[in-house]
Design a protein around this ligand. Structure first.
Ligand code: GLY
Length: 366
């Protein structure tokens, strides 16, 4: 059992990583119970697999889990579902001192967090993430959001959870593709600022993907610890420190937009290819040795993640991909900040990137 604290003054909160934690959820969540109930938001996929385990942990207690199960998938991060969920909570008589439990992947975490931020002008929430991506990234740090017709995650707030409960065992029922996509975010922590962790990934990535319990736990604990430090330094992405967590996301966003944010290329896969492209582009600009970019491609390839346009099923021109980037929410005064690197573990934010040059790079790398 490992506990990591996100140090945010009065808003500090623990992240508990514990094998088998789901079976002990009632004990871990006891202090969040109000009026003998907890409101749980989940999705139909998670619900069918894991909800029973969560409910079992409360059997024999006087706590009622009031559960709302939403359709699985990105479409649930919508105004419509936000309205459905808030109306449902109000009909249940939710109070400000109630706690919502986000029991699912990134979609459920983001929607639940935003609901908690606005219901009764803000109530508490805890995260029980059930995908690797949510465990190592989205459940930590308080970014909450829904999508709008103008783009992904454009409506939301920073609203920190009060507690994050991570059970590596729940990943045993996660489809291989989702596990692999989440693993891209694990690799990200090595590439951002920890070359020795990237070396660990090179040696142990296949063990994580074959669900070796020690390797999975180490990957989660390391990633959560790295994210907790960055969030503590720059909670609201103001100093540029937290922006490092977006490595690969600008290139990745263009790939996702081109594939229609569809199952053709899921978020973690787009981030994998985006990180390889960010390093490739860093080589083109003379920041980084080609050998470092090659190591990344070799690793992503070895674990079956995309690492360029072709392996992302994208055949678009560089210009078209750059047009997608221009809709990125990070665009500011006509400039798009890019995360580039001087080498593995040495990422930095560049504000002087010429988008025509990015388009030429993408055409050359296709
Ligand atoms: N996933 C990026 C962040 O939490 O800042």
């Amino acid at each position: 059992m490992t506990q990591i604290t996100v140090e945010l003054g009065k808003q500090s909160y623990p992240i508990l990583v514990r094998t088998g934690a789901l079976e002990l959820a009632a004990t871990h969540l006891k202090k969040f119970v109000n009026n003998q109930r907890l409101f749980v938001l989940t999705d139909e996929n998670v619900g069918s697999h894991l909800l029973q385990k969560l409910q079992n942990s409360f059997s024999g207690s006087d706590v009622t889990l009031v559960v709302k199960s939403l359709p699985a998938g990105e479409t649930s991060k919508s105004w419509r579902q936000l309205e459905t969920v808030t109306d449902w909570l109000l009909a249940q008589g939710i109070e400000r001192s109630d706690t919502l439990v986000a029991f699912g992947g990134g979609v459920i975490g983001d929607l639940t967090g935003f609901t908690a931020a606005i219901a009764k002008r803000g109530c508490g929430f805890v995260q029980i993430p059930t995908s690797l991506l949510a465990q190592v990234d989205s459940s930590v740090g308080g970014k909450t959001a829904i999508n709008s017709s103008a783009g992904k995650n454009l409506i939301g707030s920073f609203h920190q959870p009060q507690f994050v409960l991570i059970d590596p065992l729940v990943l045993n029922s996660l489809p291989d593709r989702e596990l692999r996509a989440g693993y891209a975010e694990v690799v990200k922590y090595g590439l951002i600022n920890d070359a020795s962790f990237f070396a660990w990934c090179e040696t142990n990535g296949d063990k994580v993907l074959s669900r070796d319990p020690d390797a999975v736990s180490k990957a989660i604990i390391h990633s959560v610890g790295a994210k907790a430090l960055i969030v503590a330094e720059d909670e609201k992405e103001l100093s540029g420190r937290r922006a490092l967590l977006n490595l690969g996301h600008t290139f990745g966003h263009a790939l996702e937009a081109e594939t229609g944010f569809s199952e053709k290329l899921v978020h973690g896969e787009a981030v994998a290819a985006g990180m390889a492209l960010a390093f490739g582009y860093s080589v083109r600009r003379g920041h980084c040795d080609a050998a470092d970019a090659e190591r990344i491609v070799t690793h992503l390839k070895s674990v079956g993640l995309p690492y360029n346009l072709a392996t992302s099923s994208v055949a678009a021109s560089g210009q078209r991909l750059v047009e997608h980037m221009m809709h990125d929410k990070k665009m500011s005064s006509g400039t798009l900040p890019f995360l580039l690197a001087n080498g593995i573990g040495q990422t930095f934010l560049a504000n002087d990137v010429d988008l025509d040059d990015v388009a030429a790079f993408l055409d050359a790398s296709a």
